[in-house]
Design a binder for this molecule. Structure first.
Ligand SMILES: CC(C)(COP(=O)(O)OP(=O)(O)OC[C@H]1O[C@@H](n2cnc3c(N)ncnc32)[C@H](O)[C@@H]1OP(=O)(O)O)[C@@H](O)C(=O)NCCC(=O)NCCS
Length: 163
């Protein structure tokens, strides 16, 4: 890990910078309003260098009907500012979110992504989207870019957790 940065829990005062970072990456990330970021600030981690927010990540839990123990945790809103990329910050954010959610003992950690090569390096592997129907019904159904999640180019990838 680059000693120039740290990963920490997001604070309310970080919300505007998180908003800006997600907005900068709007072609690759689901948009989030300021209100949504503030409401969910407890689910955000940030990478900081000095007083700058240089990366962020959050997560959402997707319940499985009748199988609470099989809920999936999705990593969302993962972004690293351009000049800071390829320094291990994205990986550190994924590992920090994964460590946070490990306390809930989820079955797996899920991502929907246009950058599968990055997640492959971290041990994620592709699964058919019909294996994550809970995500499609709660997230993809509201997408304004693609009418059909099965033709959307985003890949569904998971990493099994140790239970
Ligand atoms: C994807 C993203 C978060 C990666 O962040 P990063 O800090 O550059 O990634 P890291 O430096 O931690 O990379 C970890 C490994 O993945 C590799 N990697 C990073 N980005 C990659 C990419 N786009 N394609 C292939 N490999 C990649 C790195 O080379 C590194 O490999 P190594 O361990 O063999 O050295 C960053 O490029 C980003 O913010 N992209 C725009 C938003 C986005 O796509 N978010 C993901 C949405 S699901």
């Amino acid at each position: 890990m680059d000693p120039e940065f740290q990963i920490r829990q997001a604070r309310l005062a970080d919300a505007e910078k998180i908003f800006a970072l997600i907005h900068l990456n709007r072609d690759l990330l689901v948009p989030r309003s300021m209100g949504n970021i503030v409401e969910n600030v407890d689910r955000f981690l940030v990478a900081v260098a000095g007083s700058d927010i240089i990366g962020c990540a959050s997560y959402q839990i997707h319940p499985e009907i009748g199988q609470a123990e099989s809920a999936t945790v999705e990593i969302q809103s993962l972004a690293v500012r351009l000049p800071w990329r390829r320094k291990g910050i994205g990986k550190a954010l994924v590992e920090a979110v994964s460590a946070r959610v490990a306390a809930f003992n989820p079955r797996e950690v899920l991502v929907l992504t246009f950058t599968p090569e990055f997640f492959s390096k971290l041990g994620f592997y592709e699964i058919p989207k019909n294996k994550v129907m809970h995500k499609l019904y709660t997230g993809c159904i509201n997408c304004t870019k693609h009418a059909d999640p099965f033709t959307c180019p985003e890949k569904a990838m998971i990493r099994d957790t140790v239970r």
